[in-house]
Design a protein around this ligand. Sequence first.
Ligand SMILES: [Zn+2]
Length: 257
Amino acid sequence: MTALIICEGLAKLSEMVEQWLVDLMASYNAESLAKKEQYSAQVHMRGHLFEELVWWALQALPDEILVGLDVDSKSANRLDVETKYRSFSHRRNLFQGQGYIINEARIVNRGDSYSVHHLPEEWTDGLFSGDRGSRAGRFTHWLHTHPNAPAIPSNADADAAQETNGVDMILGLRFSPEGPLPWFDDVEGQRRTMGDTAKVVKKPGKKRRSFFARNSLPVLGVAPSGHKIHELQLIAFHKSGVGINVILVDEEGHPIK
Ligand SMILES: [Zn+2]
């Protein structure tokens, strides 16, 4: 049975983001701009929230976490930024909350890759009206984590997204020590790696890499939990299957650079 935790998930606006994460977010934004034509719409998210998501993901190990994300009416995207990142095939009114910066995040569930998609009944009874489906959609957008796996939606992820009014996001993390979760890389799909991708030498017939190979991975930074982070991936998608471009922004709504 999965334990439900309710974290103090509301981010403090004044928090300083670690420099290596700022650098990663800047390179991610540069790629979001370069590849903007691959996306039908964009979603802006505060950079300090992204940092919190990474720390929460590691604190919850070996579980995945499900995070509800929200916008408010005072957090409209900057129009100059929207224009810059808009693709030729841009679609208006594609999802709920479109045009507003994600500025709230709260952990609503943790567990294995199946249970994070399903909130317990008692949670939905207490806090949400009962007619909102398995995800109890108080939140506009949802994000879940893929610890030591790429940020590529599974079939269950695609099913769960059908109840999302906003967009679904996946944060993939590669870290060590791995604990019970060795890096799982055997997944097909489009990836959005932040910064340098860890170079893996695959040896046929060997599921786990050697101690030496594991220790030669580049380290992007070290989390407060003590984990070395080797790779971060972040994607957003709409339930129709189209990719949504993510732009990580500062307090004024400018892309982090
Ligand atoms: Zn998933």
